[in-house]
Design a binder for this molecule. Structure first.
Ligand code: APR
Ligand code: PHB
Length: 389
């Protein structure tokens, strides 16, 4: 089997890259370890930057998002019982789109099907070879036999646990990591959202977030201990704790109901440098992770895909390899700025187990500064709606 670009991983990065390449007449094959149902059962954040919204349109998959997504012109930040708003539209002239990552992935799968694209599910032992030559290939087990996929380039879109990153020799690779001393307990419920916009809350009992998927589907999170298990938390305990962390007027309006999903995610910041080795190019979670505060995971994946897609397009259409040569540098410059934002926003909104009195005063002063200073709000809003590509 031969293709131009072999894509390892059929999450949002791999599928979006494949669909964009198709729109430019470049062939690709996606190799995914799991079944499609499994990929579509993963629940992730759902706030899209304008850059990703534009990419979805460029890939020809923006119609349902435009119909069913929700434009948010601002967000609410709560500190105890106090609340203020960051007005994205007034501060930046832009907005974000609330549309679940699961829906983005579903739309991409449907578009790949409609275009006759090849996505091979349940591949085992996926392994790239000869990445430092002009003729790399990928081997994998599928339907009980070993297959070989020859290609010009390999895109490593296989997430944090995927094998692609490990192909960069350890002597050439540096990994930067920070773990946070808490997790997020998330609940999805078939209830109307408590507010029209998201509420990020810093309370003395810890962080809470009120988010949503649509008018009748809400997503809530509370900061929890890393040692907690979702089974430790009944729905009633979750709702009680959430209500104690958000402003009273919101708590009074909150409509509760049975959870249809409940899970705990740890918080981590991670970056691998470089993002390219020979003919291997890493995209998305394979190269970097952000803590979920600010919902940048999918959006950072999208900016990588944007840079890699354009670099490949110039290579195939114009015989220009400058974008490929500069891919790692260009992608990382934006990634680090988004890492900074996610780390800053996480540090601002959570309570840390070892937080001193001074640390707490600094956090409170930073929140007060943000509430009162338009320049600080503008800086925050620019990162939230997405830095330019
Ligand atoms: N072979 C083939 N596929 C693999 C392998 C492997 N050995 N290992 C992992 N994969 C697949 C996973 O099953 C998954 O479907 O790669 C895909 C990676 O998808 P994601 O983890 O969703 O990563 P990415 O596409 O970069 O999307 C980034 O998704 O994970 C969230 O928080 C993240 O929102 C961000 C976005
Ligand atoms: C979500 O809806 O899941 C979500 C929204 C915003 C975040 C994180 C997660 O910052």
């Amino acid at each position: 089997m031969r293709t131009q670009v072999a894509i390892i991983g059929g999450g949002p990065s791999g599928l979006l890259l494949s669909q964009l390449l198709h729109s430019a007449g470049i062939e690709s094959v996606v190799l995914e370890r799991r079944s499609r149902d499994y990929v579509l059962s993963r629940i992730r954040a759902g706030v899209l930057e304008t850059g990703l919204v534009d990419l979805m349109h460029e890939a020809g998959v923006g119609d349902r998002m435009e119909r069913e997504g929700f434009v948010h012109d601002g967000t609410l930040l709560a500190n105890g019982n106090e609340q203020f708003r960051i007005d994205f539209k007034a501060l930046t002239g832009r907005h974000v789109m609330v549309y679940g990552q699961t829906e983005v992935t579903r739309d991409l799968y449907e578009a790949r099907d409609a275009a006759g694209g090849t996505v091979i599910h349940e591949c085992r032992g996926v392994k790239p070879h000869d990445l430092d030559t002009a003729a790399p290939f990928v081997t994998f087990l599928h339907d009980g036999k070993v297959n070989r996929l020859d290609c010009d380039f390999v895109a490593g879109c296989d997430g944090y646990h995927g094998p692609s990153r490990q192909e960069i020799p350890t002597a050439e690779r540096t990994e930067y990591e920070k773990t946070y001393p808490f997790g997020w307990l998330g609940v999805l419920s078939e209830t109307p959202p408590v507010a029209d916009e998201l509420i990020y809350a810093n309370s003395e009992r810890g962080f809470a977030l009120c988010s949503m998927r649509n008018d009748s589907l809400s997503r809530y999170y509370i900061q929890c201990d890393l040692s907690d298990s979702p089974d430790d938390w009944t729905d009633e305990m979750f709702w009680d704790e959430l209500k104690r962390r958000i402003p009273e007027e919101a708590a009074d309006r909150l409509v509760t109901g049975p959870s249809i999903e409940k899970s705990i995610a740890p918080l981590r910041s991670f970056v691998c440098e470089p993002m390219r080795w020979g003919r291997l190019f890493l995209c998305g979670d394979a190269a970097h992770i952000v803590p979920p505060t600010g919902a940048k995971g999918l959006n950072t994946a999208a900016s990588d895909v944007h840079y890699l897609f354009n670099a490949l397009r110039h290579f195939y259409h114009d015989r220009d390899d400058e974008g490929l040569e500069k891919y790692s540098e260009t992608a990382l410059a934006r990634i680090w700025k988004t890492e900074r934002f996610s780390w800053w926003f996480s540090s601002l909104m959570h309570r840390y187990p070892d937080q001193s009195g001074f640390d707490l005063r600094m956090q409170q002063a930073e929140l007060a500064f943000l509430r009162d200073n338009e320049a600080a709000q503008k800086a925050m809003a620019e990162s939230y709606v997405g830095l330019p590509y």
